[in-house]
Design a protein around this ligand. Structure first.
Ligand SMILES: Cc1cc2nc3c(=O)[nH]c(=O)nc-3n(C[C@H](O)[C@H](O)[C@H](O)COP(=O)(O)OP(=O)(O)OC[C@H]3O[C@@H](n4cnc5c(N)ncnc54)[C@H](O)[C@@H]3O)c2cc1C
Length: 498
């Protein structure tokens, strides 16, 4: 052992960092402790509310499969994963006592509920003479690490990105890769300890959840799955800028669920992008992709400095907007959720979300704008629906995305920018390939017809086998009228936005 060893026994508590390589808390525990246990708590405080939506939850299944892999890999190193189904706030202090550890190692979590939970756990541990140590792991730069020249947190992305890039470089164009060097997590022989006898990982069924066929959805789980997606993406990274906006094309990385649960390391991803930029092999795509990773850091930073965004608009005046309510609005909201608005691109996108738990970024923007600015419905209802269904649901990015679409966010689109769902469709799914994947009843429509079927003649509809109001809905709203209503609705913030 090194002379940095401070603790005889320590516990690493995994949360949204479910991997055993390049992991800050695990690294620190191994450096600072003679013996290390690793645990995960399937937290009833998080899981019980999910059960209200039924037993099938792709995220819980993803997490479970990913943790099984952690357990297998830890066993190969002489340890194993202690996994329990309990309230983490009570279980961690109890487990720490049972195991006789002096320290619990975690990685920072930036969500308000998680911060409150961690404070309770830390105080319970402290009462018994133990410490909780927390580290930066899931972002490159956090909290106040990137500030404006005036020493203030940014609220606009581009200057934040520029400052972020400056901080990550030794000289213009040369990244400081030491900032994102992987954390070594090789244990010494006998350093990792196995779970106590008779400890068994709860099954999904034990916790009230059903199995989900993630394989059929082509969602690879765990560290291996994340690595496979990354390996697949690096060959496409150079084309990312040209391909990323077209949902029918395999443009993005599909790594978001892995970033959400930490089955990939953000440092490894940033390194791949930075190396590609530096060696000139990344085309224009690598820099654009790196910028997306910076958006991720940006929204974590925004949440840290502005926790009020969880409940309301970043710009408080936008809380004064009067949204549509009542039975008609409820019916419109339901049609949006079910992919039955009569606007093919919007509907196909919502079906993608409902059937797979993923939605392409361009479509997240289109569907969010449609809900807010075509249907006049409070963005928080859409945010909650996405939170329930997205595999990659992340409070900071989801909130940031919705506040962007509603124009209430820190660096949002102006309130008078209202996506036209038809032109978005013509531009980003010109041939209707994506639409047809989710709406096979529109398969016979050609590239001109598919974006607005209600404009077709009866003869054209019949020839394509479509009955409006039958196998495909009439549009639930007229975009041009909705646009006018929205401009009027947003008049209350006009002065502020101007
Ligand atoms: C209304 C709305 C809601 C969203 N909700 C979420 C969410 O809950 N969770 C989530 O991870 N992303 C969210 N996003 C951002 C983005 O749509 C997804 O990150 C992206 O589609 C995930 O696919 P990918 O991994 O293939 O992304 P890629 O295009 O390969 O991007 C790589 C990674 O960069 C990050 N990223 C990309 N775009 C953004 C962005 N705009 N903001 C923050 N991070 C970004 C993600 O971690 C992503 O995995 C939302 C966007 C909008 C407009």
């Amino acid at each position: 052992m090194t002379d940095t060893t401070r603790f005889e026994h320590a516990l690493v508590w995994l949360r949204r960092d479910c991997r055993i390589f390049d992991q800050a808390a695990l690294h620190q525990a191994l450096v600072q402790s003679r013996h290390v246990y690793v645990a995960f708590i399937f937290d009833k405080a998080i899981l019980n509310p999910l059960l209200q939506n039924g037993p099938e939850d792709r995220r819980v299944a993803f997490l479970h499969a990913s943790l099984m892999e952690c357990d297998v890999e830890l066993k190969k190193l002489g340890g194993g994963l202690i996994a329990r189904h309990a309230y983490a706030v009570d279980e961690i202090p109890q487990l720490a006592k049972q195991l006789g550890v002096q320290a619990v190692f975690v990685n920072h979590d930036y969500e308000p509920d998680a911060i409150a939970r961690d404070a309770k756990v830390a105080s319970a541990l402290e009462k018994e003479g133990r410490v909780m140590l927390s580290f930066k792991d899931q972002v490159i730069f956090e909290k106040s690490e990137v500030l404006s020249l005036q020493g203030k947190p940014f609220s606009v992305f581009t200057p934040y990105k520029n400052a972020w890039l400056k901080k990550s470089q030794i000289s213009p164009g040369e990244f400081d890769l030491s900032l994102i060097a992987p954390y070594p997590t090789e244990p010494q022989r006998g350093q990792l300890l196995p779970p106590p006898a008779k400890e068994k990982m709860p099954t999904l069924k034990d916790m009230g959840f059903a199995d989900c066929d993630l394989h059929a959805l082509k969602i690879p789980t765990g560290m291996q799955g994340g690595q496979a997606l990354l390996d697949d993406f690096v060959h496409r990274m150079a084309n990312y800028e040209e391909t990323r906006n077209f949902p029918a094309v395999k443009g993005p990385s599909y790594l978001s669920v892995h970033l959400r649960f930490g089955t990939v390391s953000i440092r490894a991803l940033a390194r791949r992008a930075m190396e590609a930029i530096q060696t000139g092999t990344g085309g224009s795509g690598a820099a654009v992709w790196l910028a997306e990773l910076i958006w991720r850091d940006f929204y974590f930073m925004i949440l840290h400095h502005n926790p009020h965004v969880v409940h309301g608009a970043f710009k408080a005046d936008y809380d004064g907007i009067a949204w549509e309510t009542g039975p008609e609005a409820d019916a419109a909201f339901q049609a949006w959720c079910d992919g039955k608005t009569g606007y093919p691109l919007v509907d196909a996108a919502m079906l993608q979300l409902n059937q797979t738990g993923y939605m392409h970024n361009r479509l997240r923007m289109v569907t969010a704008c449609f809900l807010i600015k075509d249907l006049g419905i409070d963005w928080r209802r859409g945010e909650a629906y996405f939170a329930q269904h997205l595999n990659d649901f992340d409070l900071s990015a989801n909130n940031g995305g919705w506040q962007w679409a509603s124009s209430s966010g820190c660096d949002a689109q102006p309130y008078f920018r209202i996506f036209n769902p038809i032109t978005q469709s013509e531009k980003f799914d010109a041939e209707g390939k994506f639409i047809k994947r989710y709406l096979p009843q529109l398969a016979k429509l050609n590239a001109k017809q598919i974006h607005a079927p209600w404009l077709l003649t009866n003869m054209e509809l019949t020839m394509a086998g479509i009955e409006l109001g039958g196998n495909y809905p009439h549009p639930i709203v007229a975009h041009d009228e909705a646009r006018k209503k929205t401009l009027a609705r947003y008049a209350v913030v006009k002065k502020v936005a101007a």
